[in-house]
Design a binder for this molecule. Structure first.
Ligand code: KG4
Ligand code: ZN
Length: 339
C-alpha cells in the first residue's frame, strides 16, 4: 500500500510517500522558519497561507522523486491535530479533496503519535510496548505506548514545554528563532563564564511531571546579572542545557524503574539534542534497557512520520468515515484510540 502523508500542523509543510512493502519512497519538506523569524515566533495566519502555496508543488516533487503518478497513490494520511487550526485545515482540506477526486481512503493522523512512531520508521523491528519521552516545541510528556493507538500519559509539563524553554532562553541570549539547536551548539564551545549549577526542577518531588518555566526565568536572571558578553552566553547555554538534560534523564530513569517495560523511545524536535542522546544512552545501559531515537531529520516535523503512522493504521482497516473536515487544536494522545 502506497500512502501519501501530509504534515501542516505548524510551520513546516511536509509531504512523503511511504510504501508498506518498500518503505519510504520519497519525502519533501518546506520550512517557513525564515518567514516567521522577524516576528520571533510562528504567525498562524502567515503559516496557513504559506502551506496553501507549498502543498501542490511538494506533492509533485515527491511523486517525481518516486517516479510515480497520482494514480499510484493508494491512500492519503494527514495531520489532524494537535496544532494551529488554520494550518491543519489546509492539509486536511487538501487531503480530503485529493481522496475524493481519486476515490481512495483518507485518514486523520495524530501528530504526536506520528512523532512517537518516527523511530520505528527506520527500525521496523521496534515493537510495542515501550516507554516514550516526547520532547518538542509544544509538548513534554512521558507515555506508556502499549499498542498502535493506545497510549497512557505518565507525566506532563505543568507549564512550558522543553523546546519552548530552549527557544525562550535562546531568545534571551539573542540567538535566532527557533533557538534550541543554536543554544545547543553554543553549549559545545569550550570557553565560557562558569555559573553555579542551575536548578533541576521537580526532582525533589515524586512523580513524572515536569516544569521548565522556573528554569527559563533562572536563565534570564543569570543573564541580567552577567556581563552579557559572549562568555556569559556560552556559560548560560551550558548550565541551562545541563539542567534540562539532567532533569529529563532522571525522569526517564524513574519511568523505567517503575515499569516492567525496558524500552525507551525518544521523539520530537528536542530528541535531536546530542547531549540528551548521549546521557540517555548512558542511563539506559546502567538499567539494562534499550533506547531508540528517530534519525535526526525525522526528529522535527516532517511528512514521512505522517505517511508511516497513517500506513500502519490504514493497514488495520481504519479510514475516515465521512468527508467532513475535522481538525483539533488540542488532542490528548491518551484519549486517542485507533478504534
Ligand atoms: O517537534 P518539533 O519540530 O515541533 C513541534 O511539534 O513542536 O520541535 C521543535 C522544537 C523547537 O523548540 C526547537 O528549538 C527544538 O525542537 N530543537 C532543539 C534541537 N533541535 C530542535 N532543542 C534542543 N536541542 C536541539 N538540538
Ligand atoms: Zn511536532
Amino acid at each position: 500500500m502506497r500512502v501519501l502523508g501530509i504534515e501542516s500542523s505548524c510551520d513546516e509543510t511536509g509531504i512523503a510517500l511511504y510504501c508498506s512493502e518498500q518503505g519510504l519512497l520519497a519525502h519533501a519538506l518546506f520550512s517557513q522558519i525564515t518567514m516567521h523569524r522577524p516576528f520571533g515566533g510562528v504567525v498562524p495566519e502567515l503559516a496557513s497561507r504559506d502551506h496553501i502555496k507549498r502543498l501542490i508543488p511538494l506533492v509533485d516533487t515527491v511523486l517525481e522523486e518516486a517516479k510515480l503518478g497520482k494514480q499510484d497513490i493508494d491512500a492519503i494520511a494527514y495531520t489532524a491535530g494537535p496544532g494551529l487550526v488554520g494550518a491543519l485545515l489546509t492539509g486536511a482540506c487538501f487531503a480530503k479533496a485529493f481522496a475524493l477526486a481519486f476515490n481512495i481512503p483518507c485518514l486523520a493522523v495524530h501528530h504526536l503519535e506520528a512523532h512517537l512512531l518516527a523511530a520505528k520508521l527506520a527500525m521496523p523491528e521496534l515493537e510495542f510496548p515501550f516507554i516514550a519521552l516526547l520532547v518538542s516545541g509544544g509538548h513534554t510528556q512521558l507515555l506508556e505506548a502499549r499498542a498502535l493507538g493506545q497510549y497512557e500519559l505518565l507525566g506532563d509539563t505543568l507549564d512550558d514545554a522543553v523546546g519552548e524553554a530552549f527557544d525562550k532562553t535562546a531568545k534571551t541570549l539573542g540567538l535566532p528563532y527557533p533557538g534550541g539547536a543554536y543554544l545547543a551548539k553554543l553549549a559545545t564551545e569550550s570557553e565560557g563564564t562558569v555559573f553555579p549549577s542551575f536548578p533541576r526542577p521537580m526532582l525533589d518531588r515524586p512523580g513524572l511531571d515536569f516544569s521548565f518555566s522556573g528554569l527559563k526565568t533562572h536563565a534570564l536572571q543569570a543573564w541580567l546579572k552577567s556581563k552579557q558578553d559572549h562568555a556569559a552566553k556560552v556559560g548560560i547555554a551550558k548550565a541551562f542545557q545541563a539542567a534540562v538534560v539532567d532533569t529529563l534523564v532522571q525522569k526517564c530513569q524513574r519511568a523505567l524503574q517503575a515499569s516492567a517495560i525496558k524500552k525507551l523511545v525518544v521523539a520530537g524536535g528536542v530528541s535531536a539534542n546530542q547531549m540528551l542522546r548521549t546521557q540517555l544512552q548512558a542511563m539506559v545501559i546502567q538499567h539494562g534497557a534499550e533506547i531508540y531515537f528517530p534519525a535526526i531529520e525525522y526528529c522535527t516535523d516532517n511528512g514521512a512520520m505522517i505517511a508511516y503512522a497513517g500506513c500502519l493504521h490504514l493497514l488495520q482497516g481504519e479510514q475516515d468515515t465521512d468527508w467532513s473536515i475535522n481538525v483539533h487544536a488540542r488532542w490528548p494522545l491518551s484519549s486517542y484510540h485507533s478504534d
